[in-house]
Design a protein around this ligand. Structure first.
Ligand code: DPP
Ligand code: ZN
Length: 874
């Protein structure tokens, strides 16, 4: 399939000033009448060409006159119309088949035919599945939407914008109209219709505008919307205070659906959420999921400014809204919860999801240069790495400078479709600085390596830090230029104190922490008056998304693990030390790192002063995916066994008695409260139980069974279930049966039942997955269910998926063919699990290659899946 290239961008020849849409809604058939008020770019003379994907055209008229068949051409993707002029009005009527739409793009049905509701998903290019339109983000239009439907079957009718009337029609039907005063691109259009309950709240913005907040869900779910409502109010207040951004419509609708390809969607005035990112209740939602709900609610709300009021010129600029909005959400979550824990969580995600993407055949720059299917670029690189780039810019400008820059960005670009250049120009311009060197970060793929080497001169009392950078991989077309890399650092004495930093030639009062920016391939920084050979704490707070290579001794890492006051770097020192300890085990070497790691953690385990949640994270070595990133011929089962052995050594060092005692102390305070201390307690309790299971299977099995039975909420229950299943405890089967019955009516809870089992380590996982596929509750038609079983298996269970006989690869390939016929977006996302097959050890590599090649040979693969498979084979 043809690639679309950033360098080919041209402004649209035709725009639509206003659009009136009339929907006549039905489950099997819906009709859409669209009236487009056209504006022609006088500098271009292209004919009127509109996007429209497999639409059934019922009628077409230009300026009030029906068009003869000779006056237009439609090939299933694009409609070309003769005779349109500046100011013309084009009217089309099409018929859609919502109940037959399994791709969940455009207008579709969520739930059963009899009781389900209709909704739309348009980002990125779903609007062309609804009507003929220039379906590109730089065409901004004012929308008036009228919905008509049977009142009994569709009591609730919603669209984006402000309500503008509603009433009865003959024959038991009714209508409702919505007018959106803010020009918007078509990807932000949405309608919803059906049986939904509402939860309402009044909100007054900082500029005194009354807003009705309305969260809509099906009857069995409306009680689980309280938390999202409170999170929404927190997010709205925060955006007022942190960015001076107020909400701008009279009503803000949020709708929950169980059938959704993504997490959520920021449609103007009518956000639509995957239920798993919105619904929450103690009995069915874990602490982690609560935090996720808060984060996604905030993310979508923040898009109202970073995305909607200021949108993207083209899809290459996707990170302009996504990277920025993820960064805004991260800052919000850090303010609402623990900032260091949030940072640890985000960096762990970056390493687990984005670093492997950036190291394999699917690597692409944060601003890709080309694509064939844009839906394949809603990636960890565009989102998470994009957020890291904004974080670097924010760090470079400082708190006030960044706010000044953001104010200018919103002011200059309000109502516009902007580019990343516009963003950097606003941030830099408001601060009198040139940020264009950072554009290079957006243009090249791959994770940069930062090499650090320190030299202490005991005679001159100087410490010279030499930093060098290089970025491996990359396609020939991409530039490879030195990037600006901000390195936040401190120097520690062997006693664990921070030294004042006299950077040579500088006279200002020295701080104990500062940022140096590496701007060239290599640079040295000389610190004066350093009275003792220091241990550097580098890249504090993860000040740049790079891989740091520094020749620390195990003792130096242990020192930072014990003394660093930067919570993130303390954790980071522990992670580095754990990775070295893992290598000690793997290479059967002396074990200095292994001992240092176990000893340091044993001391922290007994220390009273450390936060429970941080301790839980410190006691967790890097995951299997991250450890694999450090190897060349990857054997995922060996990695799993070594990581288990590593944790077993830690558990043995802490001792079964101490673990049991700690568990009992934590279990004595079991609550379902969501405050930070209670969450931290649960997190540590789970970790302690997991470690204990490596030493004493029988004893931990009993504790886990009791915890499962008495759990007041989902966090404790799922933790216990997971320990039972993963440690193959004899009680696991009964607990799984109980869980299944207890949560039979709750799709989100049932998803976790599938996911826990899909993550059973080792070869036997595949048979379990096959068995679960035959479960009556399994279906390829629901993206959450697919994700919970197949996604969890291929993505979160390396030792299960990567069977040496290749059966895991063949299963995935077979399911992808079936899934692709139903839902190309979900199939393509699942297929990314093949990323990185080239680095497997030879037997698995061969088996994976064979499965992928066979899949690639299938006829009729979607553009989505074909692009991923094609890239993966590259
Ligand atoms: N734009 C959506 C988001 O919030 C993607 N579905 O990330
Ligand atoms: Zn987003």
């Amino acid at each position: 399939p043809a690639s679309i290239c950033l360098r080919d961008y041209r402004a649209p020849a035709w725009r639509v000033d206003t659009v009136e849409l009339d929907f006549d809604l039905g489950i099997d058939a819906s009709e859409v009448l669209a009236r487009l008020h056209l504006r022609r770019d006088p500098a271009q003379d292209a004919p009127l060409r509109l996007d429209g994907e497999n639409l059934q055209l019922l009628s077409i008229a230009l300026d009030g006159t029906p068009l003869p068949a000779t006056a237009y051409r439609y090939d299933g993707n694009a409609l070309e119309v003769d005779g349109a002029r500046d100011g013309s009005v084009l009217e089309t009527r099409v018929r859609l088949r919502p109940a037959a739409n399994t791709a969940l793009e455009g207008l579709y049905l969520s739930g059963p035919r009899e009781t389900g509701f209709l909704l739309t998903q348009c980002e990125a290019e779903g609007f062309r599945h609804i009507t003929f339109f220039p379906d590109r983000p730089d065409v901004l239009s004012r929308y008036t939407v009228t919905l008509r439907a049977d009142r009994t079957r569709f009591p609730v009718l919603l669209a984006g914008g402000n309500p503008d009337g509603a009433g009865a029609l003959d024959g038991g039907r009714h209508w409702a109209r919505f007018v959106d005063p803010h020009p918007k691109p078509s990807y932000l259009f949405a309608v919803v219709a059906g049986h939904l309950q509402v939860m309402e709240r009044d909100y007054v913005t900082a500029d005194d505008h009354a807003v009705q907040l309305k969260i809509w869900a099906e009857a069995d779910a409306i009680d689980r919307c309280h938390y999202a409502m409170a999170a929404l109010e927190r997010a709205m207040r925060w955006d007022e205070q942190a960015y001076g951004r107020n909400y701008d419509l009279d009503v803000f609708h949020v709708v929950a659906t169980h059938d959704f390809n993504m997490g959520a969607m920021e449609n103007k005035g009518l956000n639509i959420f995957n239920a798993k990112c919105l619904l929450a209740a103690p009995d069915s939602t874990t602490d982690e999921e609560y935090r996720h709900v808060e984060a996604v609610v905030a993310h979508e709300y923040f898009h109202n400014w970073s995305g909607n009021r200021v949108t993207c010129r083209d899809w290459f600029q996707l990170s302009l809204k996504e990277g920025l909005t993820v960064f805004r959400e991260q800052s919000f979550s850090a303010d609402m919860n623990s900032a260091p824990l949030k940072r640890i969580e985000d960096v762990a995600l970056l390493r687990r999801a984005q670093f492997p993407e950036d190291a394999g055949p699917l690597a692409h720059p944060v601003r890709p240069a080309q694509y064939s299917e844009i839906n394949n670029f809603y990636t960890a690189t565009v989102y998470e790495k994009g957020a890291e780039l904004v974080r670097m810019l924010a760090g470079a400008l400082g708190r006030d400078g960044f706010r000044r820059g953001m104010d200018r960005y919103f002011e200059r670009n309000d109502g516009r479709a902007a580019t990343l250049e516009d963003f950097l120009a606003a941030l830099g311009g408001a601060n009198g600085t040139d940020l264009t060197p950072y554009l290079a970060w957006y243009a090249q793929a791959g994770t940069p390596r930062l090499k650090a080497h320190g030299h202490y001169d005991a005679v001159r009392h100087t410490y010279t830090l030499t930093l060098a950078q290089y970025t491996p991989g990359g396609h020939g077309a991409e530039p490879r230029v030195p990037l600006p890399i901000p390195v936040k650092l401190a120097l520690f004495t062997p006693q664990g104190d921070m030294l004042p930093l006299h950077l040579d030639g500088q006279t200002a009062k020295p701080d104990t922490e500062r940022v140096v920016v590496l701007e060239r391939a290599e640079q040295s920084f000389v610190f004066a008056d350093v009275t003792t050979a220091p241990v550097p704490s580098l890249l504090r707070g993860f000040s740049a998304p790079v891989i740091l290579e520094c020749d620390y001794t195990p003792g130096e890492l242990a020192l930072l693990l014990a003394h660093d006051v930067d919570g993130f770097n303390r954790w980071e020192a522990g992670q580095q030390l754990a990775a070295r300890a893992y290598e000690d085990l793997r290479d059967d070497t002396a074990g200095a790192a292994l001992h240092a790691w176990c000893d340091a953690l044993a001391r922290l385990f007994d220390a009273a002063a450390i936060d429970d949640a941080l301790l839980a994270d410190l006691l967790t070595p890097p995951g299997e995916v991250e450890l694999a990133e450090r190897e060349s011929a990857i054997d995922p089962q060996r990695i799993h066994h070594l990581r288990q052995a590593l944790q077993q050594r830690l558990a043995a060092r802490l001792g079964a008695a101490a673990l049991r005692q700690r568990y009992a102390a934590l279990a004595a305070h079991t609550t379902i409260e969501l405050d930070a201390a209670s969450q931290a307690q649960r997190r540590l309790k789970r970790r302690v139980l997991e470690l204990l299971a490596l030493l004493d299977r029988a004893g931990s099995g009993e504790l886990a069974t009791a915890q499962y039975r008495e759990a007041p909420g989902m966090t404790d229950r799922l933790a216990a279930l997971s320990v039972l299943v993963r440690s193959d405890a004899p009680q696991a089967a009964a607990a799984l049966r109980d869980y299944r019955e207890r949560h039979a009516g709750n799709a989100l809870a049932l998803d976790k039942w599938f996911a826990v089992q899909a993550q059973l380590p080792g070869e036997r996982a595949l048979d379990r997955v096959r068995r679960l596929e035959r479960d009556a509750a399994f279906t390829l038609k629901n993206p959450n269910r697919v994700q919970s079983l197949l996604g969890a298996f291929v993505r979160n269970n390396p030792s299960g998926f990567h069977r040496v006989d290749g059966a895991g690869y063949r299963l995935l390939a077979e399911r992808l063919v079936a899934l692709d016929a139903l839902n190309p977006q979900v199939a393509a996302r699942l297929a990314t699990a093949f990323n990185g097959w080239q680095r497997l050890e030879p037997l698995r590599r061969e088996a994976a290659h064979a499965a992928i090649v066979e899949l690639a040979g299938h006829h009729g693969l979607s553009r989505n899946l074909a692009e991923i498979i094609g890239s993966v084979l590259n």
